[in-house]
Design a protein around this ligand. Structure first.
Ligand code: TRP
Length: 461
């Protein structure tokens, strides 16, 4: 049913929070099949609720192989608590050993929000990176860059435009004839952001995870589709047992893969390519690799679903050796949005809905005291019926941001639900904890402020 469809618009502050439907409709994975090493409070509480291909990254970590993390910030408004969730995740991945790249979306901000590049830079450093430092990102292992000055990002966006079209933009983003082209260009630059850490110059082929809010998933779908379409080799389920490796002949690779411009097939070249594939895959330990250059396929009868990722990796290596881009579709994680102080959505453009990371402690206390609560209208009723922590801002902010102790949180939850804790008391608990958290944060920000420049990549100083 059409009416049942969720719409995700990355440029709107009005996002769907129907997360289970989002998982279904867009094919996200939940965490049931993944064991997270040292899960953070965001993982333990289901706040990070879905992913794409995160197993590639966790497997890389478990086998001591490298992986990268990329995310981006929009330098337009002020940094608020909601933005900190992505950084918490980046920090978690960084502590697992991932190298971190952060895109400042200054081109996007200029084109879609009218923020000049100089202003964008200032906002990025003072509002965002200063807080990242305080939140504990390691400046030695983090590279912040600007879209406007990293040419490979723009070049990739331009070049890969060939792998998509207006129909796809219409179906992913709902664009129509009157959509301004900044909304085509910005996603293409973001494709460049997401894919460029895999280029040889920026770390080479390895899994890259992109932690984001679910509003950014359309860009990930676009990027993953584009990466897959650009691949020269693919691996699919075989009709019989095992997996099937095939070729994707394109303008860029036709000659290299043995298709001559006159339409003839260069058998020697084809044989060479197939031998190359077999040689690449032979290290993986399969007893049979059945190469059939005439049919254009290779069957690996003993391979199972679980071998797909490592076969794909080998094929991407080979593609690169032959001159292709060899792009691996990015992995991603998605977090729930915390509710705004008013009980509605949190948004930078509505200061009453959120706590900014540079609000002072007094402002924060006032905001929490005024926040929407899940309490009943009288004390008697509250004692009798209990409150609802699921919509209570004070409780929610303890859960999302301020309280690390799961047992204590569970106690608060049930005491609130059964009326033992009143709404005003929950607010006081949150005010105390937020005050402690923010006091500490401000102190850390002062202590780490001199590190801000060290976060900048060499091309961005
Ligand atoms: N579009 C993102 C936003 O609106 C910012 C961004 C740019 C980004 N490039 C990125 C996010 C790459 C994740 C990955 O916030």
């Amino acid at each position: 049913m059409v009416a049942d469809k969720v719409n995700i618009d990355p440029w709107s502050s009005n996002q769907s929070t129907d997360y289970s439907r989002i998982i279904d409709q867009f094919g996200l994975s939940d965490f049931s099949n993944i064991t997270m090493p040292k899960p953070s409070h965001l993982h333990r509480r289901g706040i990070v609720f879905a992913h794409r291909d995160l197993d590639l990254v966790i497997n890389a970590h478990n086998s001591n192989e490298s992986f990268g993390v990329l995310t981006g910030l929009m330098p337009s408004g002020r940094m608020h608590l909601g933005h900190s969730m992505v950084i918490e995740q980046v920090k978690w991945f960084q502590q697992l050993g991932g190298d971190v790249t952060i895109a400042v979306a200054d081109l996007e901000s200029q084109a879609t929000r009218g923020v000049g590049l100089a202003k964008g830079r200032e906002i990025a450093l003072q509002e965002y990176v200063a807080n990242y430092a305080a939140l504990g990102l390691d400046p030695q292992k983090t590279n912040v860059y600007f879209q406007s000055t990293r040419s490979v990002v723009q070049r990739l966006g331009f070049q890969l435009g060939k792998r998509t079209n207006l129909n796809e933009f219409e179906s992913i983003y709902g664009f129509k004839g009157d959509t301004n082209l900044a909304h085509l260009q910005a996603p293409m630059v973001q494709v460049g952001d997401i894919l460029h850490p895999q280029t040889e110059e920026y770390g080479g082929l390895r899994p890259i995870v992109v932690p984001v809010g679910v509003d950014q998933d359309p860009h990930l779908r676009l990027t993953r589709g584009i990466a897959a379409k650009s691949n020269w080799f693919n691996v699919n389920d075989n009709n019989g047992p095992g997996l099937l490796v095939g070729l994707s002949i394109q303008e860029e690779n036709a000659e290299i893969l043995g298709q001559q411009p006159n339409g003839r097939i260069d058998r020697n070249k084809v044989a060479e390519v197939f031998n190359g594939i077999v040689a690449k895959l032979s290290g993986l330990g399969f007893s049979d690799i059945n190469s059939n250059p005439k049919q254009g396929t290779i069957v690996i009868p003993g391979a199972t679903q679980r071998d797909k990722a490592k076969i794909r990796m080998k094929l991407l290596e080979l593609e690169r050796e032959l001159g292709g881009m060899g792009l691996l579709a990015p992995s991603s994680t998605y977090h729930h949005f915390a509710i705004g102080l008013t009980g509605d959505k949190m948004s930078s453009s509505k200061p009453k809905t959120t706590i900014f990371l540079n609000d002072d402690v007094n402002t924060i206390s006032k905001k929490i005291r005024k926040a929407y609560s899940g309490g009943q209208s009288t004390i008697e009723e509250h004692r009798r019926l209990g409150g609802n922590p699921d919509v209570d801002v004070a409780y929610q902010y303890m859960m999302y941001f301020f309280e690390d102790d799961d047992n204590y949180l569970a106690e608060l939850n049930s005491d609130y639900r059964n009326g033992k804790i009143l709404a005003g008391e929950m607010k006081q608990i949150c005010v105390d904890k937020a005050t402690e958290w923010m006091t500490n944060h401000i102190e850390l920000r002062d202590q780490t402020n001199h590190l801000v420049a060290e976060f900048l990549a060499n091309d961005s100083k």
